[in-house]
Design a protein around this ligand. Sequence first.
Ligand SMILES: [Fe+2]
Length: 307
Amino acid sequence: MNSKKQLVKGIDVSDTTLEEQKTLNSFYLREIGQPADFRESPDLSEYFFIEEIEDRWNAYEASRLAMQDYPTNAEDFLSWYNKLHMAHRKIVAPFFTRLAEHSTLEELTFYIAMENEVDGRFDDVISLAQLGMTGDMKLALAENYWDEMGMGSLEEMHTVLFTASAEKLRGIAGLSSEKIQVPSAALKNGNLLLMYALRRKYHPRLLGTLAILEHTAPYRFAKTVQAMRRLGIPEDVIYYHDMHIQVDANHGKQLIERVLMTLAKDNPDIIPELCIGCLVRYNVAVDYYNSVEAEMDKITLQKEKEY
Ligand SMILES: [Fe+2]
């Protein structure tokens, strides 16, 4: 329930609740449902209610952004972006150091289960990012998409590899997926991509979000692999994570050089939207890692009580 309404200049900017994020998540998954589930796809009449939640969520995220003058040309945008990238890396470092050096098997398994909120439908997000593009930026996204497709090999499709890896890890840790509660911040982490991908007015924000997400991913995957090797996880479970250290470094580079920079050069008026996408992803990601860490603490406390 939305207990406290927060108004700024008459606009409701109160945060969305866990229930509202669950509503958004199931709605988005119905919007990109499988062909056989066509009967479940949303009815036009449902959009009004969904839009109200989305608008409030976007107003909440906007209220968290410090007033700033966004860059006005591509060159300034690149240095702005690089600074943000460094700040992002610094702020998430304590969480990933803990994950790499001290996490228990259960903690690591929980983290990987939460990553499914993003990785589980990532290929659809990339395909939606490509819609409407022309020229080289479309090719950049096409290459990214083809990587997600395992370059044509079913067994190498990233969603297939990720699901298999997460399942095996849950098996090793003895954790059933039903037992895992997804916190609101983890739902938001996945929902942000889906909202930006499915609402076309947020197309530039999606591209900003994807750039910062993929550009910072090699560091996260490297730390995850370090944790997995320390805990003696089999190499076939590690494979997906290890492979993304390289793959996402390239995706991040291509997104910045061939997509964001091209857009910023050709249409400098959309630079603020690219920036908002980067900044909102930054905030949502920080909340997400904080919430995962809090849940990891609870898991370990509970385990210690059981002994
Ligand atoms: Fe991938």
